[in-house]
Design a protein around this ligand. Structure first.
Ligand SMILES: Nc1ncnc2c1ncn2[C@@H]1O[C@H](COP(=O)(O)OP(=O)(O)OP(=O)(O)O)[C@@H](O)[C@H]1O
Ligand SMILES: [Mg+2]
Length: 262
């Protein structure tokens, strides 16, 4: 799967393709016929009012909903030419290639160093020198190295919220995913930490395909190239972010982004 993801090059550099996706929780239909392409090395934002299905859709992209009782998906999510819901899919390998960052930073209850080394260790890397290199490199990429380099072996829980979120990002980067999914990664952070996360997203998009759920329109405008607007489980509009915020196609989009509902 790593090779597939890294070499995933179709004509228009599509990394993830959702085709006719319907999602159900028991009898409740949460998503209706979603068709959406995510470009490689690009940031795509998912916006829409609470309960419209953003998180459901995001979690459908890495099979995070599989454990939810009553969850059922129809249609296809195609990554690197393969439907990830096909029976032969190696879900562990899929997840290794799709990192996820949540609203609440969730560092493991261990040291800063061990948080970042966790994934590589699970994948069989044992040499201290190699792990040291990975830890430093990922913490640098996550713009956290300078703040923690002298306390790598202290508890991750002792970091501030903003630092914890960057640590989680470093932990995600350490598994070398092709895709990073973020569900409101900055909504619990102060403005300065938020700015750091946004700067990171812009930097990371050179090497990663990023999908970010956000309630913050300015944030979507700052970090994303394309934006998808969801309403009541339906994809109402998918446009270049610039276009969506200046000249939306749909009246419903216009009402939402101008703050008339949601
Ligand atoms: N595990 C679940 N079981 C049953 N219904 C669920 C489950 N998770 C979500 N839903 C329902 O699916 C719909 C979409 O929820 P989802 O969490 O995807 O919305 P969201 O757009 O992420 O909202 P928010 O902005 O509040 O995070 C909602 O009606 C929600 O109640
Ligand atoms: Mg959500």
């Amino acid at each position: 799967m790593t090779t597939i993801l890294r070499n995933a090059k179709t004509e228009n550099q599509t990394m993830i393709r959702a085709e006719h996706v319907n999602v159900f929780y028991q009898d409740f239909q949460a998503l209706y016929d979603i068709n959406l392409d995510f470009e490689k090395n690009h940031v795509t934002a998912l916006i829409g009012p609470s309960g419209c299905g953003k998180s459901t859709f995001l979690r459908t992209l890495n099979r995070m909903n599989d454990q939810v009782p009553g969850f059922r998906v129809e249609g296809e999510i195609v990554i690197g030419g393969e439907n990830i819901y096909a029976p032969k899919t190696d879900v562990a390998a899929l997840r290794k290639n799709i990192g996820m960052v949540f609203q609440r930073a969730n560092p493991f209850p261990m040291s800063i160093y061990d948080n970042v080394a966790y994934g590589p260790r699970i994948h069989g890397i044992k040499k201290k020198q190699v792990l040291d290199g990975i830890v430093e490199n990922c913490l640098r990429q996550a713009a956290l190295w300078d703040e923690v380099k002298d306390r790598l072996h202290t508890a991750a829980m002792g970091l501030s919220g903003g630092q914890q979120q960057r640590l989680v990002l470093a932990r995600v980067l350490a598994i070398e995913p092709g895709i990073i999914l973020m569900d409101e990664p900055a909504s619990a952070l102060d403005p300065i930490s938020t700015e750091k996360i946004e700067e990171l997203i812009l930097k990371l998009k050179k090497s990663y395909t990023i999908v970010i759920v956000t309630h913050n329109m300015q944030q979507a405008a700052r970090v994303s190239g394309h934006t998808a607007f969801f309403l009541n489980g339906r994809l109402v509009e998918f446009s270049e972010t610039k276009t969506m915020f200046t000249n939306p196609k749909s009246r419903q989009t216009e009402e939402y982004i101008s703050g008339r509902f949601g």
